[in-house]
Design a protein around this ligand. Structure first.
Ligand code: UDP
Ligand code: MG
Length: 316
């Protein structure tokens, strides 16, 4: 790939019920792009793509008011989820730009990192990860669960960049490759490292939301984490088999011991020794069924291969 002089950059920004912040977001991103164009860092054709992910507030109305030649609006037909909204934006951007940066519209991700990302892109990096340098502004619970999640993913053998969410630059070639992953259960931060190419991390400080609240409440976060694990690793199924084997072995030893004591005439009416294994084995079985169910559910969704999103309108 030849060195890009003035790449055409698209910002891909999903928004869901962001009426409290969308105005600030549009203005900040627009001024960022203008500034980069003025300083001849990016081409004049650069744009911001806002993806309205079926917002139920007036995010879409506010977005429509800001019709400039630099802003394109994709409005999805209903709420399809953050990851699908990102894919919608990237699919739109494919072959129209030299590189695209995805970022949240709440401006938690430092937009000044964009300058550095562009520099790196000019140095022929094609996948550039925005990585948070700490998690100080997160609640204790979010920090604790995030650390646990990354460690578990790594333990399960999934290559995932710690403290990187969906703030990243992708070259057009990388977007093209990413879009070849047709899975319906999307966990982009797990897929992107699989596409290869020259990549690097750039660190930034993530700030608190300026307005509005997180669209990832506890259960949505948990379900996203389970999706991440089950989409990239079948290790939990293997652990299940190992646990099953170990428990069976102990049950066998226990059974032999019970028989021996029976024939020795030393049988005690052992309530504890009956009830404890019963609950324990019951628990393991239900857990096992749950894990199996997770994977079967995933297969079910993938075999149907339903479309990931529908576009209601495109305003260019
Ligand atoms: N988002 C979306 N669809 C959804 C949920 C969220 O497009 O169903 C967008 C949201 O507007 C934001 C980004 O995804 O731009 C990340 O969401 P949020 O900031 O709520 O997540 P957090 O930063 O709290 O993890
Ligand atoms: Mg956020």
């Amino acid at each position: 790939m030849k060195k890009q002089q003035n790449p055409c950059l698209y910002l891909v920004v999903p928004c869901y019920n962001e009426s409290e912040i969308i105005k600030i977001s549009i203005e900040s991103l627009d001024s960022k792009i203008s500034h980069l164009i003025e300083n001849k860092k990016i081409s004049k054709k650069s744009k911001i793509i806002f993806i309205n992910d079926g917002s139920r507030d007036n995010t879409l109305d506010i977005l429509k008011k800001y019709k400039t030649q630099r802003i394109t609006l994709l409005s999805l037909s209903h709420n399809s989820g953050h990851q699908n909204a990102l894919i919608a934006g990237l699919e739109y951007a494919l072959n129209k730009c030299d590189c695209a940066i995805s970022l949240d519209c709440d401006l938690q991700d430092d937009i000044n990192l964009i300058d550095k990302m562009i520099e790196k892109f000019k140095d022929k990096f094609e996948v550039i990860y925005g990585v948070r340098d700490d998690r100080k502004e997160d609640s204790f619970f979010k920090r604790f669960s995030a650390v646990g999640f990354y460690n578990l993913m790594r333990f399960l053998g999934v290559n995932i960049i710690k403290n990187h969410a969906d703030y990243r630059l992708l070259s057009n070639r990388a977007i093209n490759n990413l879009l070849q992953y047709k899975e319906v259960n999307l966990f982009l931060r797990g897929i992107v490292p699989l596409i290869g190419f020259k990549s690097c991390n750039l660190y930034y400080k993530r700030i608190a939301r300026v307005a509005g609240e997180s669209k990832y409440p506890f259960f949505k976060m948990l379900s996203f984490a389970i999706d991440g694990i089950t989409s990239f690793s079948v290790q939990p199924l293997r652990f299940l088999s190992i646990i099953g084997a170990i428990v069976s072995l102990f049950s066998l030893i226990f059974g032999i011991w019970a028989l021996i004591t029976y024939f020795n005439g030393g049988t005690i009416s052992g309530w504890t020794s009956m009830v404890v294994p019963m609950y324990f084995l019951g628990g393991i079985q239900i857990l096992g069924l749950g894990i199996l169910g997770e994977y079967i559910g995933k297969i079910y969704k993938e075999t149907k291969g339903r479309p990931r999103y529908f576009i209601d309108e495109i305003i260019e």
